[in-house]
Ligand binder design. Structure first.
Ligand SMILES: Cc1cc2nc3c(=O)[nH]c(=O)nc-3n(C[C@H](O)[C@H](O)[C@H](O)COP(=O)(O)O)c2cc1C
Length: 202
């Protein structure tokens, strides 16, 4: 196996630590993201680990007028599926505005093909690994990306609209775009990893 040198390690550390969630508001709505570039990013996502090689990630890419269709559908389904007491006009507006601010929206699907052999949790974990590959590739390409998970994406209505199967799930939306000119990403905000580590040495 080819070994990974010190340079590669330094580069990957930099990419991981510079990855930030950058929301559609900070994306340049006038710039599309080239489909060849999107494919390249998703090729990296496709290299995520997957138990039993089920490769459960499914990507539904919305660009151009497709973003409008997604925006209108999300607003309609939000109205249809939200109980009156929980309904918020501002949330519905955001759902119809956000896709139009991004260069592309990648809806994150999880297709259950492993049967009982692979627990659903592991299929969800595999998709999350794929999304992290995507997010890191987005960062290294100088793009902005953001994983969004409004409750609507977990509804059967939205999953069915995407054309996913009855056992499949939607895990969210990944907004993708070029950052606005002059945009400065926020600094990372994490408590020390030592607070989350327990060593067992005997
Ligand atoms: C599974 C998942 C779902 C997320 N959903 C949302 C969301 O719905 N709204 C939101 O503001 N951020 C969402 N985020 C992004 C987090 O808010 C973000 O990762 C966190 O604030 C840390 O910022 P950073 O990604 O820039 O390090 C989500 C992240 C993950 C991993």
């Amino acid at each position: 196996m080819q070994t990974v040198g010190n340079d590669t390690q330094a580069i990957i550390t930099e990419v991981i630590r510079h990855r930030r969630s950058i929301k559609p508001f900070d994306m340049d709505s006038t710039r599309e993201v080239d489909s060849a570039l999107i494919l390249e990013l998703l090729e990296n996502a496709n290299h995520a680990p997957t138990h039993g090689l089920t490769e459960p990630w499914r990507f539904h890419i919305f660009t151009g007028e497709g973003k409008r269709t997604l925006a209108e559908t999300m607003a309609r389904l939000y109205r249809e599926t939200t109980p009156e007491a929980e309904f918020r006009e501002d949330k519905m507006r955001k759902m119809s505005e956000n896709p139009m601010l991004a260069g592309a929206v990648i809806v994150l699907g999880m297709a259950r093909r492993g049967g009982v052999k692979i627990p659903e949790l592991e299929e969800i974990e595999a998709v999350a690994c794929a999304v992290q590959n995507l997010a890191l590739s987005v960062t290294s390409a100088g793009l902005a990306g953001y994983w969004s998970s409004p409750p609507l994406v977990y509804t059967r209505q939205f999953v069915e609209w995407l054309g996913l199967g009855t056992e499949d799930r939607c895990l969210g939306l990944f907004y993708l775009g070029w950052p606005k000119a002059g945009f400065t990403p926020p600094k990372a905000n994490r408590k020390p990893v030592t607070e989350k580590i327990t060593w067992h040495q005997s």
